[in-house]
Design a protein around this ligand. Sequence first.
Ligand code: SAM
Ligand code: SF4
Length: 335
Amino acid sequence: MTAPLIDPFARAITYLRVSVTDRCDFRCVYCMSENMTFLPKKELLTLEELDRMCSTFIGLGVEKLRITGGEPLVRKGIMTFFQAMTRHLESGALRELTLTTNGSQLEKFADDLYAAGVRRVNISLDTLDEAKFADITRWGRLPQVLRGIDAAQRAGLRVKINAVALKGFNEDELPAITRWCAERDMDLTWIEVMPMGDIGNENRLGQYWSLDDVREAYAKDYTVTDLAERTGGPARYVRLEETGQKIGFITPLTHNFCESCNRVRLTCTGELFMCLGQEDNADLRAPLRENPDTEAPLRDAIRAAISRKPKGHDFDYSRQRTDGQMSRHMSHTGG
Ligand code: SAM
Ligand code: SF4
């Protein structure tokens, strides 16, 4: 038996989020600049390396794997990787294989994802207005994403919608988005915009809409009950009593929930970030590439990294400047 991954604050690390590409077919204004420079292909972990990496983490007690990006479904051959992870679901070592996607490729891949053992997907969607969708994603088209959502539900995947809360952008759509999710039996989570990477001219502070205010907005129309449910991440949930809907709030800025953090993030180049809000990271690609025949050095590097996992992070908008600003993009670390 290998000892599980326990960090210095006695938190068991059982959840790995993996960014499989920094590329994307959208250019969401809060995430990327229009003319992003992407990494050279040789920097990226190959699909085989991703398999070795994830399998090693699973061998160390990771039970939940979330695939993200960039847009994970634009990575060439990614379905081979999902299919390879099925063996860990079948053995019982992995409890959940899931992904976060912009939905653009789901029409094509939903059935294959289900066949590989994926049962839930998070789909990012900030607006139901076609023109606004084109504005916020720059390159995305709403009908394609809606067809992707239909395909996911038809395939039997449970869908959660993730919407970034943006002041002056989707504030007025809160009731419509909420109703639409209820009608389609989809969960809904609002995300506070975070200070990640250089995204061009957009003014992040202007976009920031506190989720405390979003909660207030719900309280005008609904009876809002706090739920005790915890996932080990920065999400908190409420129930809208009138519809029975569960609404999530991801609030890394206004509230820190680091004490129960159970996760680490692997970038598409094999750097392990022990905290989304800190720059410290460990290079896992070198011990992986330099040792094609044994995972022992990789396991040691993972343990050494986990022993440095910090207690929490320092995002703070309260003084109207982006303290704790991260230089990397969300698409690199994976959202
Ligand atoms: N491309 C996929 C997608 O959009 O779902 C997966 C990667 S994306 C980086 C993951 C999540 O991060 C999305 O829900 C996106 O809205 C969110 N995101 C991106 N940049 C963000 C930022 N600056 N603040 C908060 N959330 C952000
Ligand atoms: Fe692409 Fe997702 Fe970033 Fe939008 S949020 S640009 S879809 S990676």
